[in-house]
Design a protein around this ligand. Structure first.
Ligand code: 6PG
Length: 634
């Protein structure tokens, strides 16, 4: 194992009461390596003897010294401070059986009177004069140790030790990152590149994950000053307080496992930021659990994939506002910048609102991706080549520009040899779960945001490849190519569907924010989504203004004429797709939702009547403002 700052094992030795533990702890803290108190490592038999007032003999001590030797060897790469009386030369020889050059010895020297006086003044501590005397009688002063006079203050003592051991004063890290996966690495390079003193940690798993943080640091020049660790305690101790630690581990049980380990070593007031795609309710639970331990937890949506994390993602933090104010400068410095150079990072609200907003971001992303896939599908059935479809999409960039449209152009054009890469990709769309969560929240909240579920189920349907192949043989599709679908009409249909998708996405955020009292500022969310994230687009930039006045995009004065204009194109494409048997669930859902939301008098009265008929569920009457419930004997 490698890692750490000062790669030395420093033994602090001396008689009881010389201050070994206090000096050792302070020294370890200052140079950011672990502290080990030898007394905590006695075997049970020694503990029993001592608690019965029986002094230890040499054969009691030897196995304990051997254990300490092993502990020391394990810390060779990270360095550590071990406080151990080690009064006799043979004890010290046993502690360093293999004569390690990286073992250093510090002898805290003081006379009997001084130590006795100090011990007697210590509250709740009593040192028998005879016992202290016997310690001095046993003591064989070391020859090869740095001798430090204990008459000085703790600070001066540690300063002397550092100077004699030639340990330069290392500044602690400002912030740490746990988890050197793709996103963790990119975020770490981003943080270090902005001049933040950084500690990085990746767990050690024999044969699988070894020296990850060290190797990663060595690979990138911006990480020159970063401190790499695979020892969690040493990592935490290398960070200044209150500690600020960003977790970039897989959402789910891994987050709880790391938090569990971290809770053992963090101190009150320390702050952990979860930058993964965690479920917002889990985030709320974690905030509460950490709070009980005096720790702060901030759930943070981070969007932008690998490149975004490296160059500037969109960041959606939530949780305790005061704790956020302590990490704000770091998150803002690494975030993408909007067109006014403001960071695409904003405090979303309390609880898990940041992860909620990120989840809906992903839902909107699912529907945006599906809409592009549907346009691709329509154009393919018209026998357009990939390059031609890329040309079409590219021509849309000037007024419907978005990150997802842009990457689709690149994807459609990409060839390996003579073959398009896209044509070689199996048509089964995967998902990591945020679309499923978004769909669940939509259902829970009672919002009619139908395009996200439609996009999710389109992915699920794609997975049934074998069933689709079988059904395609039984029910062959009759594509009618007699008339070309107009590209300009398709473009308008795409534009219309995107408006509905964004309307639905922001509506669900507004609804759940109201239900939870989060006060999410929709315009500010649109602003931090104008750069850095996967759904950044020219349209999103327009929404920043629109959402300042209208939380419903369907009533926005600027959008109303566009919706009216593009609706008939969406209708035409929807009808053509049905006629030509092209599967376009998101486009149909956009059109259908629009028809539903503008139906003043719907057929839900029949549903209510049916419910009342078979279940006496009652109904309300149109012209009864009292809201009374009625039941009919049908
Ligand atoms: C982002 C992305 C990112 C990732 C999601 C979606 O904003 O950077 O949304 O979070 O791509 O995990 O993944 P799935 O499509 O696999 O659900």
């Amino acid at each position: 194992m490698k890692s750490g700052l000062v790669k030395k094992v420093i033994f602090i030795i001396g008689v009881s009461g010389c201050g070994k533990s206090s000096v050792g702890k302070l020294l370890a803290d200052e140079i950011a390596i672990p502290f080990i108190d030898a007394d905590d490592h006695h075997p049970l038999s020694n503990i029993e003897k001592m608690s019965n007032g029986i002094p230890l003999n040499d054969s009691d001590r030897m196995p304990w010294l051997d254990d300490l030797n092993e502990i020391a060897l394990k810390h060779l790469d990270t360095g550590c401070v071990i406080a151990c009386s080690a009064l006799k030369e043979k004890y010290r020889a046993r502690l360093n059986k293999s004569s390690q050059p990286n073992f250093a010895w510090v002898y805290l020297k003081g006379d009997y009177e001084l130590i006795f006086d100090r011990m007697s003044k210590r509250k709740g501590h009593f040192m028998d004069a005879e016992m202290l005397k016997s310690q001095f009688e046993t003591l064989e002063e070391p020859e090869n140790a740095i001798v430090i006079d204990i008459a000085d203050s703790l600070e001066l003592i540690t300063k002397r030790i550092k100077s004699q051991l030639k340990i330069s004063h290392k500044m602690k890290s400002e912030i740490g990152v746990i988890g050197m996966g793709v996103m963790g690495k990119s975020l770490s390079r981003n943080l270090a590149g902005r001049g933040h003193r950084l500690a990085i940690y990746n767990r050690h798993v024999d044969g699988k994950e070894e020296n990850i943080a060290v190797d990663f640091k060595d690979a990138f020049s911006e990480l020159d000053q970063a401190l790499p660790f695979d020892d969690l305690k040493a990592f935490v101790q290398s960070i200044e307080r209150p500690r600020k630690i960003i977790l970039m581990v897989n959402a789910g049980p891994a987050v709880d496992a790391v938090l569990n380990d971290l809770s053992e070593v963090l101190l009150a007031g320390d702050i952990v930021i979860d930058g993964g795609n965690s479920h917002f309710e889990e985030t709320k639970r974690r905030i509460d659990e950490m709070k009980k331990k005096g720790l702060f937890f901030i759930g943070t949506g981070v969007s932008g994939g690998e490149e975004g994390a490296l160059k500037g993602p969109s960041i959606m933090p939530s949780g305790d506002k005061e704790a956020y104010s302590k990490v704000q400068k770091y998150l803002e410095s690494i975030a993408a910048k909007d067109s006014d150079q403001r960071p695409c990072c904003t405090y979303v609200g309390s609880e898990g609102s940041g992860h909620f907003v990120k989840m809906i971001h992903n839902g909107i992303e699912y529907a945006e991706m599906q809409l592009l896939a549907e346009c691709y599908s329509i154009l393919k059935t018209q026998n357009h080549s990939n390059d031609e479809i890329a040309d079409v999409f590219e021509s849309w960039m000037s007024d419907l520009g978005s990150y997802l449209l842009g990457i689709s152009v690149d994807i459609l054009r990409k060839k390996e040899g003579d073959e398009y890469v896209l044509d070689k990709i199996l048509d089964k769309a995967g998902n990591k779960g945020t679309g499923k969560w978004a769909t669940g929240s939509i259902a829970d909240s009672g919002a009619p945001s139908t395009m996200i579920p439609a996009a999710l189920f389109a992915r699920y349907l794609s997975f049934f490849k074998e069933k689709r192949e079988a059904a395609s043989k039984v029910f062959p599709t009759k594509h009618d190519h007699s008339e070309q679908i107009s590209i300009s009409i398709l473009k308008e249909a795409y534009q219309f569907s995107r408006i509905v998708n964004h309307h639905q996405g922001f509506s669900i955020i507004e609804r759940v924010s109201n239900q939870n009292g989060w006060n999410v500022d929709l315009s500010e969310i649109a602003r931090i989504w104008t750069e850095g994230c996967i759904i950044k687009s020219d349209f999103m930039k327009e929404l920043v203004e629109y959402l300042k006045t209208d939380s419903s995009l369907l009533v926005n004065e600027q959008l109303i004429p566009i919706i009216k204009k593009t609706h008939s194109a969406a209708q035409t494409i929807a009808m053509e797709c049905i006629r030509r048997e092209i599967h376009v669930p998101c486009l149909l859902e956009a059109v259908n939702f629009y028809h539903g939301i503008k139906t003043a008098h719907s057929s839900a009265n029949l549903i209510q009547a049916q419910r009342d008929y078979f279940g006496a569920h009652t109904y309300k009457k149109k012209n009864d403002p009292s809201g009374n419930s009625y039941h009919t004997i049908w």
